[in-house]
Design a binder for this molecule. Sequence first.
Ligand code: SF4
Length: 350
Amino acid sequence: MKELLGDSLRERGISRRALLQYASYMTSLLALPPSAAAAMADGLAKARRQAVIWLSFQECTGCTESLTRSFSPSLEDLIFDFISLDYHHTLQSASGEAAEAARRQSMQDNKGKYVVVVDGSVPLGDGGVYSMIAGQTNAAMLAETVEHAAAVIAVGTCAAFGGLPEADPNPTGAVPISKLVSGKPVINIPGCPPMPQAMAGTIAHILSFGKLPELDALNRPRAFFGESIHDRCYRRPFYERGLFAKSFDDEGARQGWCLYELGCKGPVTYNACATQKWNGGVSFPIQSGHGCIGCSEPRFWDRGGLYKPLSAGTTDVRKVIAIAAVAGAALGAGSAALARRRAAATTKES
Ligand code: SF4
């Protein structure tokens, strides 16, 4: 493979025009002005191989499955090909001591320049014995690897927020990556699993412009996590009209009505599923008839159950309004008003 991405793409028959089209797509995803497309194309063409060390801790490999099974062939794949993935438990051919030697060699060769990607949370309970690699606790391996990294990307909800391992009663003492890294940026790309487009877009931004994309208060790239599922859901008109499916097989469900009363967490969940969709843009959970479970938000597993409506369990208007206010704070003023309206209507019904 050539050293520069531009050379590599040319070798693969990717024209400048195709690169510009991709850059236009990415700049629109990243909410950058159209004029940034040419700069991104130039930046990508001149980018050098980015050394990446990928650490997998308390996780299920779903994040890697998601990222490697993005629809292909695509330019995203080529960009991922261009990354020098120097260490990855699932994808590397080396094993045992050779694998650990590759990680340390990359750290030495790319000191201060490599990016560490982490999926999975880190167990701190009982000295960290619940997850160890090559005789090292996950916490020790993380500390050693990030020491000279340029940036850290926490991929998936376990790495970003603790995820399922951290769910009550958190038997392993799991913590997110941001709790253990200081003095350098940690970008969170949550989701169970995360969207491959968010990962590709974030890396494309770093490669092109040499800096991190704009992040939200939870350190998520704003371009992919700036709007709620509810903001862009195609069932939203049914929500506005008060048409809600009451069970997964009733007439409302067959008509595609809103899934709010079946536990949809779309109003308080920020991700790009409703616009980017999955499996090459084919569908996303709500389109397949299941409410959003809020997997890209902190503590999603403990926050009320997958099938319990956001407003369920109380007839106390203050509590319902409080729920709406939390949703509203995240959603923005316009959507807050809608959430309050829905909360008030629910209270009235109950
Ligand atoms: S509550 Fe869920 S199904 Fe209903 S409009 Fe919002 S995101 Fe879509």
